[in-house]
Design a protein around this ligand. Sequence first.
Ligand SMILES: Cc1ncc(COP(=O)(O)O)c(C=O)c1O
Length: 377
Amino acid sequence: MVTQVPPTRIDFSPEDRAWITERISQVLESGRLTLGPFGEEFEKLLANGMGVKHAITVNSGTASLEIMLRAMNVASKDVLVPANTFFATAAAVISAGGTPVLMDTDVATLSTSLAEIERRLTPNTVGIMIVHIAGFITPEMPAITAFAEKKGIWLMEDAAHAQGSTLDGKHAGTFGLAGSFSFYPTKVMTSAEGGVIVTDDDFMANEARIYRDQGKASFLQNTHIRMGYNWRLSEPHAVIGLRHLHNLPTMIANRRRIAARYDAALSGGGNGLRPMLQPKGCVSNYYKYVVMLPEGVDRAAAKKWLREQRGVNCSGEVYEVPLHKNEVLKHLDPGNLTQSEIACGRQLCLPIFASMTDAQADQVIEGLHAAQKDGVL
Ligand SMILES: Cc1ncc(COP(=O)(O)O)c(C=O)c1O
């Protein structure tokens, strides 16, 4: 029986578990189970780490998106959103009363090009949501930011994949008015469930705090001034997040070591597989390691072969299909999203996680080479 390499792993060492358990016990003893000192500490460290003025924690990355959009009042307005993203990026626009306008993908960065933004802009557009797929940041971010400024519309980032990724030293989530992150278990760091809004903007920060707590004027005031919701992060979740935030630099360094090993083994060319290399200036957190398959490869069959013959378990794709290929969003198809279909259709995500060993990475590499010899790749 071949040893299995899992697609991903959520790592909490015995020390991490002891650290978390001790603090959750303190939370239980104190009776402050939500919006308490651990949440405040988590917010302070998140803001400091990214060099921004405010971090407002919430109970998911979907909540953070909807709050940012509600704060900017997108009702009856258009928001540019990539077709190559998670359901929630577009769904949050709809929940906040707006209309997502889908944009095609720049396959080289998995993001959206400035040219595509210019093409899709409508007279009713109030903002652009950029998504840093797999942890990559497009080198066009400064040009996109300048374009949004010139047009008088906002730029915000769904940085759910990009905790700790940078472009020319600047953190994902800090390029525009506000950035949204998710701490869902499979992300580079987790709080079990959770999310955060980061911003330098005092208005956005203030609105976010109001929205996340039922739209109340303040924590102790039971009068409601916005259509908020229960988007609060509990203290036990904040404790878990604090521990992973502490581990984040090491976890990213380990992921980057594995990615460098894949890059070295797979970027020689001539083998048909095309590893996605970091865009210029981007230091990725390697939330995902994406390889583009040659045209015509049966991805499902190749994944099955790798798993059964070589114990290599590839994860689900970042996105198997773009948004407009989902039943509930197909009415958003504006036509001509072919690059998104190629980006989603041809990608394969190799196993990558913080505790992965070089030997496991080598098993993946050898598995890929063997699959090529066998003709399944
Ligand atoms: C790009 C993107 N946006 C938003 C979300 C939503 O985050 P959450 O699951 O924390 O609500 C996710 C992931 O789950 C995501 O990948």
